[in-house]
Design a binder for this molecule. Structure first.
Ligand code: F6P
Length: 357
């Protein structure tokens, strides 16, 4: 193997650049050239590349985001070719052909579940491919945690700490909306780490009366209350709050509005003054934590080793401090947060944190 390509796709997060760096440096040690694909599957289909040498990856592990660019809209086998008429085509073979014309013999794709499902198709269509899981949502089976999760937990935890002091000063309730799509890992971990009084997750619809009961109780002795709410959490019998439906995106729904709605409801029911905070894309940026850098470096290196040794067709991961690999699944199987067995939920409940049930 003389040349491989690497791509980042899906929503960005921290730790991606560490994985890129590790792939490039390990490849150079093995006399393999690396071609970077720009902007995810858009670059794959349209043939947007840049060579990656040692000088291109020097110190990039300290940067958030991805030096290759990313997009969370395109899918190569359902690629939007005519936006006006919403016409889609399968462009996978075209993308593979373009890479092969460059002499590329293997591909490493860093992405979330949608991205890695497309990577599976590329592998099956004849370009040996290895996937590296990343997402602040932490909802992928392949790795616990995924690249980007640790930094995001720290970012959200620190943000809630800052919100807490102003909530205390003004005797307010502040609801904080946290990303994660339909997975509650980020809200749970940062909510417990920042001592939120109420944690509302997409895995469990909440009872507004129970939420208000807890708030009334804690505000009596500590003046304020913090509610950490996942963007896709919803009240029993109600629907999720959706901020946007993007017709040109493979995953069309974007969540948003849950914290604002809940703040109004709590204020109405309890009479306590409320505010809401939407942390938004702040959660995806910043300097990567050391853990995310180390995870990115190790998964990048392992992915290269598999590809180089002819053992492609896998997603690599880290589980209980061991490098692991799993075959590309044929359907999206998310890692599910089980509230009944999760030890952090157990600890939180034992301390009186309310999950809205
Ligand atoms: O999947 C990662 C993620 O950050 C989710 O937590 C969030 O719902 C979504 O991406 C936001 O997507 P966009 O960047 O398109 O707004």
């Amino acid at each position: 193997m003389k040349k491989i390509a690497i791509m980042t796709a899906g929503g960005d997060c921290t730790g991606l650049n560490a994985a890129i760096k590790s792939v490039v440096l390990t490849a150079i040690e093995n006399n393999v050239e690396v071609l970077g694909i720009i902007d995810g599957y858009k670059g794959f289909v349209e043939g947007l590349y840049r060579p990656l040498n040692a000088e291109d990856v020097a110190d990039i592990e300290e940067l958030g985001g991805t030096v290759l660019g990313s997009s969370n809209k395109e899918c190569p086998f359902y690629y939007l070719v005519d936006k006006q008429n919403m016409k889609y085509e399968d462009k996978t073979d075209e993308g593979i052909k373009k890479l092969k014309e460059q002499g590329v013999e293997g591909l490493i794709v860093i992405g979330g579940d949608g991205t890695l499902d497309s990577a599976r198709v590329i592998h099956e269509r004849g370009l040996p491919t290895v996937g590296i899981p990343k997402t602040i949502d932490n909802d992928m089976m392949a790795s616990m945690p995924t690249i980007g999760f640790d930094t995001a937990v720290e970012t959200v935890t620190q943000a809630i700490s800052r919100v807490r002091t102003t909530a205390y000063s003004h005797r307010r309730v502040i609801t904080v909306e946290i990303m994660g799509r339909t997975s509650g890992f980020l809200t749970l971990y940062s909510g417990v780490a920042s001592s939120a009084d109420v944690i509302l997750l997409p895995e469990k619809d909440y009872d507004l009366d129970k939420v208000c009961e807890r708030i009334e109780k804690v505000t009596k002795y500590k003046r304020y209350a913090i509610v950490a709410i996942s963007e896709a959490a919803k009240e029993i019998g109600k629907k999720e709050s959706i901020s946007k439906v993007l017709n040109d995106s493979f995953d069309k729904v974007r969540y948003g509005g849950a914290a604002e709605k809940l703040a109004k409801q709590i204020e109405e029911k309890t009479g306590i003054e409320c505010r809401h905070v939407v942390l938004g894309h702040v959660q995806r940026g910043g300097r990567p934590s050391s853990s995310d850098i180390l995870l990115g470096l190790q998964l990048g290196n392992y992915a290269f080793e598999l590809l180089y040794s002819g053992d492609a067709g896998y997603i690599v991961g880290m589980n209980s401090d061991k490098l692991v690999k799993m075959e590309f699944p044929h359907e999206r199987v998310p890692r599910v947060l089980d509230l009944k067995t999760n030890p952090l939920v157990r600890t939180a409940r034992a301390m009186g944190i309310c999950f809205g049930d």
